[in-house]
Design a binder for this molecule. Structure first.
Ligand code: F6P
Length: 352
């Protein structure tokens, strides 16, 4: 009877780190090794590791005890082998990647990353490498899946911060502005803003009007509560050199004269142990990636559609970003409770 070839896979993690990456690595590697008898190679620092031949053999010991560990045991980078600048310089990165993939005798390369990573992975797939993509980012903006791991952890962190801002805002009767990450999408701002009881939530997907925003805050200050919580996504419309939170704070301070303070949550949203939700999602993605490889299904990104695990052709993600749809039900519900998104005054707010 013909013995089945022992498959050999490489795993790399690229782009911004986030809680849950190690859970995904563990999901892929343990399933590959224990269920399918595969050989697993860990590639350091994203695509840079494949270019510079920085890899280690991963066995079950390497990936035990990492489920709850933040960051990535493999390290990451934002190396863009097909970037405009990179393609102009002397080093042919895509060629080195293909050569080293062949030297390693890999049967598949698992790329754990966000939009940029999926773009690179898709191009390598078009150039003949067997690729599986696993969508990760706190931004939750990878096209083709309902949710990325990292997002739930970031929302938990941001929500806890907003909860804490309520007490100090109330004590000083101040307008507290918190800037959260999300790149060009507002998913973290929306979900943490709702979970944290934000009064004004500014999203890149909903262009705000200065006068509406100011009227809303002025009305709250004079008629309702003596303080407000403003949740600002870092990617909102603002002058290039300005930081989102500082810009909004200055606008409010200068135009309304109220006391404001800014908190930029920054990299805290990407640190620490993954939430249980992210651990489960990352594990689902990782184990399913190993399944697809065992079935010889390549050129795909694992995904969740209405809580069902599935996969899509990785080529479909090319150049796309998943932004909050205009008819997203959570926004409509929040508006009904008097939350303002800066575009129109809530109906229950009387214009002074
Ligand atoms: O993509 C995740 C993210 O944290 C974004 O939310 C943020 O804008 C960006 O990475 C920061 O990039 P860097 O880690 O290169 O500073």
């Amino acid at each position: 009877m013909e013995t089945k070839k022992r498959l050999k896979i490489g795993i790399l993690t690229a782009g911004g780190d986030c809680p849950g990456i190690n859970a995904a690595i563990r999901g892929v590697a343990k399933t590959a090794i224990l269920e399918y008898g595969m050989e697993v190679i860990g590639i350091s620092s994203g695509f840079a590791g494949l270019i510079n031949k920085e890899y280690i053999a991963l066995n079950e010991t390497h990936v035990s005890g990492i489920l709850t560990l933040g960051g990535t045991i493999l390290g990451t980078s934002r190396e863009k082998p097909f970037g405009k600048k990179q393609l102009q310089d002397a080093i042919d990165r895509p060629k080195l990647i293909k050569e080293h993939y062949a030297d390693l005798k890999l049967d598949c390369l698992v790329c754990i990353g966000g939009n940029g990573t999926m773009r690179t992975a898709g191009m390598l797939s078009q150039q003949g490498l067997n690729i599986i993509g696993i969508p990760k980012t706190i931004d939750n903006d990878v096209w083709g899946t309902d949710v990325t791991f990292g997002f739930d952890s970031a929302v938990n962190i941001a929500t806890e911060a907003i909860d804490r801002l309520h007490t100090t805002a109330n004590s000083h009767k101040r307008i507290m502005i918190i800037e959260v990450m999300g790149h060009n999408a507002g998913w973290i701002a929306l979900h943490s803003g709702i979970a944290g009881g934000g009064d004004l939530i500014l999203l890149p997907e909903i262009p705000y009007q200065e006068d509406v925003m100011l009227k809303y805050l002025d009305e709250r200050a004079t008629i309702r509560k003596g303080y407000s919580i403003v949740v600002v996504a870092e990617g909102i419309e603002k002058p290039k050199k300005e930081k989102a939170g500082e810009y909004i704070s200055k606008l409010i301070g200068d135009k309304l004269g109220y006391e404001t303070r800014v908190t930029v949550l920054g990299y805290i949203q990407r640190g620490g142990t993954p939430s249980p939700t992210d651990r489960i999602l990352a594990t689902r993605y990782g184990t399913y990636a190993a399944e697809l490889i065992s079935e010889g299904q390549f050129g795909r990104m694992v995904a969740i559609h209405e809580n069902k695990i599935t996969s899509i052709p990785i080529a479909e993600t090319e150049g796309k970003t998943r932004l909050i749809p205009p008819d997203y039900s959570l926004i409509a519900k929040a508006r009904k409770m008097g939350t303002c998104f800066g575009d129109t005054l809530p109906t229950n707010v009387t214009v002074l």
